[in-house]
Write a protein that binds this ligand. Structure first.
Ligand code: TRP
Length: 326
């Protein structure tokens, strides 16, 4: 079993791309990986957040993950801020990182260009991310390419610390997640489905009402030909519908294409497959959302589990650094 760490931002909504691309895989690998799923609320507040919204989103993301099938007894699912060791080791990683290497992070450059208020934490964000990973002796971090630089930095900091103070951290590896399904925007099928873009009609949210899902598929952008063929380069819209239908029904997009001659029925079937796929998730979500105390209990359980490993790592780190034990 490999120890795997994922950090999930409690911002925005979970969409079909997240679900088919990542969440479904996490659920499937629960029993083969030792997975830690951390809702990174301390990372979220590097950009000013409304407290009520942050509170609501943290609960919602937890509920969506559990509704999708993550079993809080099997994996470790918790909120970063509830395990104080993250902030603690984050500080020590700030002492390990150089300002120059933090400034070189492209995500910092991008965010500090657009953020109105550039907090100091926006710069030190990757030091906290390194702490997240290193606290749990993580072997694999399956994240997209946009996070590669941060994972490289976490490795560099772990190696640097180990050289200076003796073997303390497991050196994590960036694992490119296998592409389960590349879900593109329904309105702009040449780009990935994303919650941050200005395309609400192109993004299918996992909590969207079935009627809304149907409408989004009906209006999906295709092309002016009238041929159903799987060809992501030449026919991005139609190919995306085929990919989604395939992912939702465990089918093959090339084989599925042969069943259709018109776009209308393809859109209708893709919509129906997605609605059916999400139906159990939505039902379970409704149950969980009706009783937040249950979700708070789930997070408390996860934080207790996380603290065991995180506390042991911090004890080691304190000892190596010459800080008194607590
Ligand atoms: N920075 C990641 C993102 O924006 C979230 C994250 C925080 C993370 N800590 C992590 C991802 C540790 C992987 C491992 O998506």
């Amino acid at each position: 079993m490999a120890r795997v760490f994922s950090g999930i931002q409690p911002t925005g909504e979970v969409h079909l791309g997240n679900y088919l691309g990542a969440v479904r895989r996490w659920v499937a690998s629960q029993h083969t990986d030792e997975a830690i799923h951390c809702i990174v609320d301390l990372h979220a507040i590097t950009i000013p957040k409304d407290p009520a919204e942050l509170r609501a989103k943290t609960l919602e993301v937890t509920q969506v993950l559990v509704a999708a099938g993550l079993d809080p007894e099997v994996c470790t699912l918790f909120a970063q801020s509830q395990v104080a060791e993250h902030a603690e080791l984050g500080w020590i990683m700030e002492c390990t990182a150089a300002v120059g290497e933090l400034r070189r992070m492209t995500q910092f450059k991008d965010k500090s260009d657009t953020a109105g208020f550039v907090s100091a934490a926006l710069l030190t964000y990757p030091a906290l991310q390194a702490a997240d990973i290193l606290l749990y002796d993580t072997e694999k971090v399956p994240v997209g390419d946009d996070q590669r630089q941060h994972i490289e930095l976490a490795r560099d900091l772990a190696v640097r610390f180990n050289r200076r103070f003796g073997d303390t951290f497991v050196i994590p590896a960036h694992a490119i997640p296998p592409v389960a399904a590349r879900v593109m925007d329904l309105q702009a099928p040449e780009r990935k489905m994303s919650k941050s873009l200005d395309s609400p009609q192109g993004t299918v949210l996992v909590l969207d009402d079935p009627k809304v899902i149907e409408r989004k598929f009906t209006r999906a952008v295709t092309d002016s030909e009238a041929e159903v063929r799987y060809d992501p380069e030449a026919k991005p819209g139609v190919s995306n519908l085929l990919s989604i239908l395939a992912a939702a029904t465990d089918g093959d997009p090339v084989a599925l294409a042969e069943r259709y001659t018109r776009y209308g029925p393809l859109k209708a079937d893709a919509a129906e497959a997605v609605i059916e796929l999400l139906r159990p998730l939505q039902a379970r979500f409704a149950e969980l959302a009706a009783d937040p105390t249950q979700t708070n209990g789930i997070l408390a359980l996860g934080a207790d589990k996380a603290r065991k490993t995180a506390g042991a790592t911090m004890a080691r780190v304190r000892d190596r650094l010459g800080l008194p034990a607590v």
